[in-house]
Write a protein that binds this ligand. Sequence first.
Ligand code: 4GW
Ligand code: MN
Length: 380
Amino acid sequence: MCMSRLLRTSRTMQPERYDKSSKRKFFYSLIYILFLVMVSFYWFITRGPSSHSQTAILCYPLTLPNISRLDLLPERALERMLYEQPKTMNPPRTDVLMVTPWFAPIVWDGTYNIDILNAQFHQRNVRVGLTVFAIKKYTVFLQRFIETAEKFFMVGHKVNYYVFTDRPNDIGNISLPEGRKVVILEVPSYKRWQEVSMRRMEMIRDYSQQRFIHEVDFLVCVDVDMRFSDEVGVEILGDVFGTLHPGFYAASRDRFTYERRKQSTAYIPPDEGDFYYAGGYFGGTVPEVYKLTNYCHNEMLTDKRNGIEAIWHDESYLNKYFLYHKPTKILSPEYLWDNGYAVPQFLKRRRFVAVPKNHNEIRNKRALNDSPKSRGKFHR
Ligand code: 4GW
Ligand code: MN
């Protein structure tokens, strides 16, 4: 048979075969769809409106009678646990303040049960972002920071380290176990170190909006010139938290190094103020951290337009924010310590400690004499 005939025959044969098989397919599909409709109808009649099944979520917004969104909330129960009973008449700590007048807990060793908290946060499959800035020479702090964090920070939970740096090439490949990773975010550096410190607010704000909100539930924002030396876990997490500065936990409010010039938006009068919060340790849910950093950055810009800069930079704006937007949890100085201070009796743990800096080496010399910061924020 010549080739052209073969082609002709096949061309004439095919449409007919195709026709038959497609009709059959269509028929079977119709039966299948009919079957599905009947099953769905049966399911809806028998258990649909009162069911707690996930399927009902697809109907949102709910218009059917008798269904409330409340019926769809996931049921979460803890498993049986054995632990010492909390004693109403015998508080675990009497040497320190455990709760603020607005009912925010202050986190001290001995005041919480980490097993209960871990069970709760594991159930929610919580994801934590730890933001840290390593601009210019501060990249030298990064390795120790991450190594010690791997030992002590949110062990057993999902953690993203967000490293903001202008020197991504200085940071080697850091491979971490499942559930934990380092994300390098390349950002500009600023000439003035005050700006380096303050612009953290702007960058955390911008990345919260663009990225963090999609990737993590909570943010913890800290200084990089630090090492972890004891456990820091989910006990610190809450809507929005600040940390008591290790230099001022016992000071009276008029001694706090708040901004005292009325021309600055960070101004706080001497008869106001709850605590002195450290600029190098705050956090909360992503939306709350967004609000906080957005506020601090905007106030800083307003001051800039008026030719003023708050005395302790981002820390001053943070303290102003927390005065009128009270934190829902407060971390004790266990979470931010400097071994330059004598260790008081009540300080049972030192979990996150400042790494001594050689100021001449790590900071540029010109910057050293132009502000009280040359002595370090901790020792004023
Ligand atoms: C003076 O020359 C400088 S440089 C003061 C801060 C500098 C700086 C700060 C820097 O060059 N690069 C940098 O990444 N930072 C970040 O800002 C870094 O995360 C650091 O931990 C944070 C706050 O600065 P700091 O730790 O030097 O502040 P203190 O002395 O209060 O801990
Ligand atoms: Mn620091």
